[in-house]
Design a protein around this ligand. Structure first.
Ligand SMILES: O=c1[nH]c(=O)c2[nH]c(=O)[nH]c2[nH]1
Length: 306
């Protein structure tokens, strides 16, 4: 670029909220999804930045409108992944000046209400963890597709310890074989598809894969229902969770996991008169998330790129 400067730029629209209802006359059941969409485009529009010439800018207001037009156009139920791909395809194919589109969506966890063991035909309640997606599509069809889970809060009351760590003049924490392990898992997994044409058509179901990944994460974190599995550290449990996903799903090439260590501190209370007012016996804790440990890692299948 002129003037001895380098400019890297993108523009887009964030927090575009859209809900889509599909009504099924056969089953009599409505379905709703609520999405929070972010669009970010790499566009050949340098003159807009350097000289105020807007002639090649796709207005972010138009991007927002496109979300609603495309939602309307989905006459059949689509997953959040499919919707992100529809948007990314639209921006990279309609506009010659758009080189790359990144679409990020967080789905609000509306779950069908079950009343008296009966699924409600049109009633939903908010669940907890969220399904996320990020798609980056180049004009030539090269794609990266990453799905994820946000806010999966899990806790186990035993089968966790932490021992043998660095012990020096700053160390107070005792070794333990018995503690509560609590975290809020955020994960992203990258699919192996490198080109738009690699993405399998239906019936490959991204929603089913999302449920399966969640199940594998939970199985690995908790272990079998009766006995569980011992965790020597968040680090080891995190690694085993990522490895289990890569072992089970060959179309996933990389897994990122973030697992804050949400501490449950032993309660010991004493006074001079009452030295054992509360003596900790693996029973009374102070739950705290401030400060908390932050443990994260990306595990990638060797030979795959990321
Ligand atoms: O599983 C843990 N990993 C750590 O790195 C750590 N550090 C700490 O103080 N407690 C723990 N627990």
């Amino acid at each position: 670029m002129a003037e001895g400067l380098k400019l890297e730029q993108r523009h887009g629209k964030s927090r575009v909220r859209v809900a889509r209802v599909w009504r099924n006359a056969v089953s009599g059941k409505d379905l709703i999804v609520e999405w929070n969409v972010a669009i970010s485009l790499v566009t050949d529009c340098l003159p807009a930045f350097t000289s105020g010439n807007n002639s090649s800018i796709v207005a972010t207001d138009s991007m927002k409108n496109t979300v609603y037009v495309k939602a309307k156009g989905c006459s059949e139920v689509v997953s959040v992944e499919e919707f992100a791909i529809i948007l990314a395809k639209h921006f990279t194919s309609l506009y010659p000046q758009v080189a790359t589109a990144t679409i990020t969506i967080v789905e609000k966890p509306w779950e069908r209400l079950v009343l008296a063991l009966q699924p409600h035909s049109h009633g939903f309640k908010a669940g907890s963890e969220k399904h996320t997606v990020e798609v980056t599509l180049q004009k030539n069809g090269s794609v990266t597709l990453t799905s994820g889970i946000e806010g999966l809060a899990v806790l186990k009351t035993t089968q966790s310890g932490f021992e043998g760590f660095v012990r020096d003049k700053y160390t107070i924490l005792p070794d333990t074989k018995e503690r509560i392990l609590a975290t809020e898992v955020t994960t992203k997994w990258r699919y192996a598809f490198e080109w738009l044409s690699d993405i399998p058509p239906k019936p490959f179901c991204f929603n089913q894969r999302y449920q399966e990944v969640k199940e594998v994460l939970l199985e690995t974190f908790f272990g079998p229902p009766q006995v569980g599995v011992y965790s020597p550290s968040v680090q080891n449990t995190l690694y085993l969770m990522a490895k289990a996903i890569l072992n089970k799903f060959l179309d996933i090439t990389a897994v990122h996991l973030r697992m804050p260590n949400l501490h449950f501190l032993p309660v010991n209370l004493s006074t001079k008169d009452n030295p054992s007012m509360v003596k900790f016996a693996d029973d009374v804790y102070t739950p705290t998330d401030e400060p908390h440990g932050t443990i994260e890692a990306t595990v990638t299948r060797s030979l795959s790129k990321l």
